[in-house]
Write a protein that binds this ligand. Structure first.
Ligand code: GDP
Length: 503
C-alpha cells in the first residue's frame, strides 16, 4: 500500500553561497534537539523531524515541551552539495531528490553555478524552492537585492509568485538561523502539495548518494531508499555490485533492522564500491532472455566439442575487470569450466570479436560501449556477445551455463534415436530389440541410452545391429532393425534408444 513518505531534499547553488552552512545548521539543530549528544556520521544524507511551524524537533526535550509533530513530519536532506553528484544521479535517470532548494547569496545574486543548478533542476523536473541566504549581512539594501534576484530568476524561467509563478522564495541566514524554520515549513508545504508516496511493503529501490571503501568496514554506500523497505540480511545488487546487507546504519550511527521509503541509510556488506548515482535493486534482463543465452552457449560448446567455456572480457575499468576475473576463477575450483582468453579494459573492438571467433569464445562486455557495427560483425562471425552493467547478472548467467554443463547429458551429442517396437527372445536368456529409427542415425560404435518415459534405464553398447537378416554398421531414420546389447540391459517395447557421445 502506498503511503505518504518524507520528501527528499537536495541543496544546490553557487560556491560559497552557503549550501554547506545551511545543511550544517539544520543538521546541528536537529542533533542538538535530540538526545544524541551531537555526533553525527557523515553518511551523505540525514533526516530531521519538524513541527508544524517549521521548528526542528528532537528526541527528548522538545517532546517533553510538547513540541510533538502533529503528522509524520520527517524531511530527508541529501548532504553532498555540489553539482557533480546531482548531475551523476540525473544522468542515470535517477531522480532521487523530490525538492531542490536553490541557495542564492543575497549580496551576489545569481552566479554561474546558480544558473547551472537551475538548468539541472528544470531538466530533472523536481520542485524548486529558492532560499536567499546571508540576509544577516550588514550594509545590504535587502529590498533592492531581493527585487534584483527575483528578476534574475524570472529571466531564467524561475518564476516566484510576484512574477506570476509558484516557486516559493524564502530569506534565510545559515549563520544566525533566521528564516530557517520558515524554509522548513515551506518544504513541508511543497511536500504536502506534491504528495510524495512510497510503498513500504515493496522490494527496496534507491540511489547511492555516497560510497567509499572504509579501512575497517570495507565497501560502504549510503543509499536513499526511494521505495520499499530494505532489511538486514537481504541480498542486494547495486549498480553491478552485489552483497548481503550486513548492517544498516543511520546518520546518527544507529544500527537499524530495516529502512523504509525516503530513509538515508549506510549499507555494509557489499562486495565492491558502487558508484554515486547507482541504483539499488535494478536488474536488466528477463528470465527468458537468460535461458535463451544459456541454451545458445551450450549449443556452441557442443558444436565446438568442448566442455570449457572460453571468454573474451572487456570491462570499463581495472577494478571491475579484476572483480569479474576473480568471480569467474571461482568456477574452476573443481574442474576447469571457464577459460579466460583475453581480459582488457576499454570499449569493445572488432578484434575482440575476431579473437572470440577464432578461439570459439564468447565475448563479455561490462559497462562498455558496444557499437552497432561490432554487433553486426559478431552476428556474421557467429560469436555470442553479451554486455552487462551489473556484475551480479554476468555471474548469474555464467553460473547458469556452468550448472547446465554439469548436468548429465547437457554436453552430449545425440546421433540418433530409435524406438523399440517389439522384443524377441534369442537363445537361452537373451533378447533382440526390434526397433524403428525415429531420428538421425544409429551405429554400432557409440554408447546408447535406454529411456523409458522420463527415466533413463541405463547405458550400454550395441553388439549386434541387423537390418532384415544382414549385420550392418549403420541404420538411418525410418529404418527398421534388430539390436542386441552388451552389457545386457532389461529393455521393453516402447523404450527409446538414444545413440550419443559425451563431450
Ligand atoms: P557553499 O560553498 O555553498 O557550501 O558555502 P559555505 O556554506 O561553505 O559558505 C561559504 C561562506 O559563507 C562561509 O564563510 C560561511 O561562513 C559564509 N556563510 C554561509 N552562510 C552565511 C550566512 O547566512 N551569513 C553569513 N554572514 N555568512 C554565511
Amino acid at each position: 500500500m502506498e503511503q505518504k513518505r518524507p520528501p527528499i531534499i537536495t541543496i544546490l547553488g553557487h560556491v560559497d553561497h552557503g549550501k554547506t552552512s545551511l545543511l550544517d545548521f539544520i543538521r546541528k539543530e536537529a542533533v542538538a534537539a535530540s538526545e544524541h549528544g551531537g555526533i553525527t556520521q557523515a553518511i551523505g544524507a540525514y533526516q530531521i523531524e519538524v513541527g508544524d511551524g517549521g521548528q526542528v524537533i528532537g528526541d527528548s526535550e522538545d517532546k517533553k515541551n510538547n513540541l510533538k509533530p502533529t503528522t509524520n513530519n520527517l524531511i530527508t536532506f541529501i548532504d553532498t552539495p555540489g553539482h557533480a553528484a546531482f548531475e551523476k544521479m540525473r544522468s542515470r535517470g535517477a531522480k532521487v531528490a523530490d525538492i531542490a532548494v536553490l541557495v542564492v547569496a543575497i549580496d551576489d545574486g545569481l552566479m554561474p553555478q546558480t544558473i547551472e543548478a537551475i538548468k539541472h533542476i528544470l531538466a530533472a523536473k523536481v520542485a524548486m524552492i529558492v532560499a536567499v541566504n546571508k540576509i544577516d549581512l550588514p550594509g545590504i539594501n535587502k529590498v533592492a537585492q531581493m527585487e534584483k534576484i527575483k528578476k534574475q530568476l524570472s529571466d531564467r524561467e524561475v518564476l516566484v509568485e510576484e512574477y506570476g509563478g509558484d516557486v516559493p522564495i524564502v530569506e534565510v541566514s545559515a549563520k544566525t538561523g533566521l528564516g530557517v524554520d520558515k524554509l522548513l515549513e515551506i518544504i513541508q508545504l511543497v511536500a504536502e502539495v506534491n504528495e510524495f508516496k512510497g510503498d513500504p511493503s515493496a522490494p527496496a529501490t534507491g540511489v547511492v548518494v555516497e560510497s567509499k571503501l572504509d579501512k575497517n568496514k570495507g565497501p560502504i554506500a549510503t543509499v536513499i531508499i526511494q521505495n520499499g523497505t530494505l532489511k538486514k540480511g537481504e541480498a542486494v545488487v547495486i549498480g553491478g555490485v552485489i552483497g548481503k546487507v550486513r548492517g544498516l546504519i543511520d546518520y546518527l550511527g544507529k544500527q537499524l533492522d530495516s529502512a523504509g521509503p525516503s530513509t538515508p541509510i549506510e549499507i555494509l556488506g557489499l562486495e565492491g564500491v558502487p558508484d554515486v548515482g547507482a541504483e539499488l535493486g535494478k536488474t536488466t534482463s528477463t528470465k527468458e532472455e537468460k535461458k535463451a543465452v544459456v541454451t545458445s552457449i551450450l549449443d556452441r560448446l557442443k558444436k565446438d566439442d568442448t566442455s570449457v567455456l572460453k571468454v573474451v572480457i572487456r570491462a570499463d575499468v581495472a577494478g571491475s575487470l579484476e572483480a569479474i576475473e576473480d568471480a569467474l576463477e571461482k568456477f574452476n575450483e573443481e574442474a576447469e569450466h571457464i577459460k579466460i582468453i583475453a581480459a582488457t579494459t576499454g570499449d569493445l573492438t572488432e578484434n575482440d570479436v575476431k579473437l572470440a571467433s577464432s578461439t570459439g569464445a564468447i565475448v563479455v562486455g561490462f559497462n562498455v560501449k558496444v557499437l552497432n557495427q561490432i554487433l553486426k560483425i559478431a552476428e556474421t562471425e557467429g560469436v555470442l556477445l553479451r554486455s552487462y552493467n551489473i556484475i551480479y547478472e554476468l555471474i548469474e548467467e555464467i553460473d547458469a551455463v556452468v550448472e547446465e554443463m554439469l548436468k548429465v547429458g547437457a554436453l552430449e551429442e545425440i546421433y540418433g534415436t530409435a524406438q523399440i517396437i517389439a522384443e524377441f527372445p534369442y537363445g537361452k536368456n537373451e533378447k533382440i530389440a526390434g526397433c524403428k529409427v525415429l531420428d538421425g542415425f544409429i551405429t554400432k560404435g557409440p554408447k546408447v541410452k535406454i529411456i523409458r518415459g522420463e527415466e533413463i534405464i541405463g547405458e550400454t553398447k550395441i553388439k549386434s545391429l541387423k537390418k532384415v537378416k544382414d549385420e550392418v554398421t549403420r541404420v538411418e531414420k525410418s529404418d527398421e532393425c534388430g539390436m542386441m546389447f552388451e552389457p545386457k540391459i532389461d529393455f521393453a517395447a516402447g523404450d527409446l534408444i538414444q545413440s550419443f557421445r559425451t563431450i
